[in-house]
Design a protein around this ligand. Sequence first.
Ligand SMILES: [Zn+2]
Length: 279
Amino acid sequence: MKNRLMSMTKHFSSMIRPLGLVACLCVLTGCVMEPITGRRRLILTPMSMETELGLQAWSETLKKERLSTNASRTAAVTRVGDALKKTVKASGYDWEFKLFESKQANAFCLPGGKIAVYEGLFDFLRNDAELAAVVGHEIAHATARHGGERMTQALAVNLGTAALLYATSGQGAEQQQRWLLAYTGISNLGVILPYSRVHEYAADRIGLIYMARAGYDPRAAVNFWTSFAAGKGKQSAISEFLSTHPLGEKRIAKLKEHMGQALAEYRKAPKRHGYGQTY
Ligand SMILES: [Zn+2]
């Protein structure tokens, strides 16, 4: 019994060693602080690498997707994007905002500052301020370097998997497979998924401040997400957006939590547009 316990302790310590290494690196290198929220997290990927990957994905997107021919909607994306990028203090970004022809109500950002909006989103937008809520949220994913943070998490999970294989190497293949299944189950549900929620809430909060600083009434963000959530049963086009942007009362409640700070920023904005142009 004692021997078994000792060997389990040995296995366990070799399993957690890589995670300990990550924690040490965090202390040694200093974690990267997220803008606005001040959340500290470890990012091992250099920003140049994230930008490079973002640019590669962007050139693929430009080849694959068709640019929208709707002049007024394209102008809205450019107008709102330009107003928002001026409020972002982070350097090293080459901002670009494109509207793509698609029935999908979707938007995404790539590391380095490339933002895509799909035309279907306009079915749910009533004004520039609501568009600023979505584009501000996407800009926030880029400035908060959520891509790099997720790559670092994947690295930690891979290190954990390698350690588990090493620790269980004396056991039969079947038993090893069981360990691995248990571990990957835990690592996906326990690490990756909750982080994506953290990223969504963080992007909402940061985006809210960006839109307020750009002079758009931040209350439009609550209006947009509320009506978007209400319309989700009616439109299959938004299902893809929802898979990456979980909606719920908690999300809207969290936005409201930060409304006081956002409204204070809005009052200080050099030029206030209110809800801006209506569609
Ligand atoms: Zn998001």
